[in-house]
Design a binder for this molecule. Structure first.
Ligand SMILES: Nc1ncnc2c1ncn2[C@@H]1O[C@H](COP(=O)(O)OP(=O)(O)OP(=O)(O)O)[C@@H](O)[C@H]1O
Length: 269
């Protein structure tokens, strides 16, 4: 299935009855004079995990950061093209970026809990977005978010202890709970397991699998095995180009492009 048809601007994804959650069209990203992303068009499906793979420096993280305007925080970075969320331009003048980043949440490579209690890490977003009417509401949000992130049983008796005192894998699940707490529609994950041991990695992968029906998930990973395990769609980037985007099973068993074949068979990268 080739959905990179920029002429087709309808929201429905060809050959499916699905509507794209996010749609990128002709996206270019520059750091000063250097172009890091070249004319990339890609759809993000609502109830699937999309993996972004490719050799180091190919632009995976740069593209990911376009999806919730994290690149706005890099002064030399310039983005052109169109990116929409539910058909609405996320780079539009009236877009509230704080609101956008709640709808399109992000989990980073290194777990980065706030220097606050476990409870306050999760409650922080709902508090600033005014999502709870009272303390009981907030308790409920914290409970549900920690439960969805698969962390509740491990922390329920120590919600007052610092988030930073948890293990790396638990900290990453705390960051996922923090993201979930503000009801995102899309979750971006930038190599979320790269700082974790194999057991913590397996737990996060299981969690991604559980979350996939509820959120559109986009994950950058260096591990092709991880992409194959957790994603339904895979986008292969090379030197800023989107070389191939397809069902994950096709990318890993029957890629159309020579470059993809070379990468997945370990010839470079
Ligand atoms: N803040 C920045 N300032 C200048 N150039 C940058 C910046 N961030 C990334 N780049 C450049 O943009 C290109 C793409 O980088 P990016 O980090 O998006 O690639 P990546 O595929 O995610 O790499 P990796 O797998 O190593 O994390 C690289 O050439 C990189 O040097």
């Amino acid at each position: 299935m080739n959905i990179m048809n920029v002429q087709n601007e309808e929201q429905t994804i060809p050959h499916t009855n699905k509507t794209a959650k996010m749609r990128a069209r002709n996206v270019n990203v520059y750091y000063g004079e250097t172009q890091a992303i070249k004319n990339v068009s890609l759809d993000i499906n609502p109830d699937e995990v999309t993996a972004l793979i490719g050799p180091s420096g190919c632009g995976k993280s740069t593209f990911l950061r376009c999806l919730n305007r994290m690149n706005d925080t890099i002064p030399i970075c310039r983005v052109t093209g169109d990116i929409s969320l539910d058909g609405e331009d996320i780079y539009g003048k009236r877009v509230d970026v704080v609101q956008l980043r709640a709808r399109v949440g992000m989990v980073f490579q290194k777990p980065n809990p706030f220097p606050k209690s476990i409870y306050d890490n999760v409650a922080y977003g709902p508090r600033i977005h005014g999502l709870a009417n009272n303390n009981a509401d907030l308790d409920e949000i914290v409970f549900t978010s920690l439960q969805k992130a698969g962390l509740w049983e491990e922390v329920k008796d120590r919600l007052d202890t610092p988030g930073t005192a948890l293990s790396g894998g638990q900290q990453q699940r705390l960051c996922i709970a923090r993201t979930i707490a503000v009801n995102p529609e899309v979750i971006l994950m930038d190599e979320p397991c790269s700082a974790l041991d194999p057991i913590a990695t397996a737990i996060i992968e299981e969690l991604i699998d559980e979350l996939k029906g509820r959120y559109a998930i986009v994950i950058v990973t260096h591990s092709m095995q991880q992409a194959a395990r957790v994603s339904q769609k895979t986008a292969f980037f090379h030197l800023g180009d989107l070389v191939e985007y397809d069902d994950t099973v096709n990318i890993f068993t029957n890629p159309r492009e020579e470059k993809t074949k070379d990468y997945i068979t370990g010839r470079y990268g």
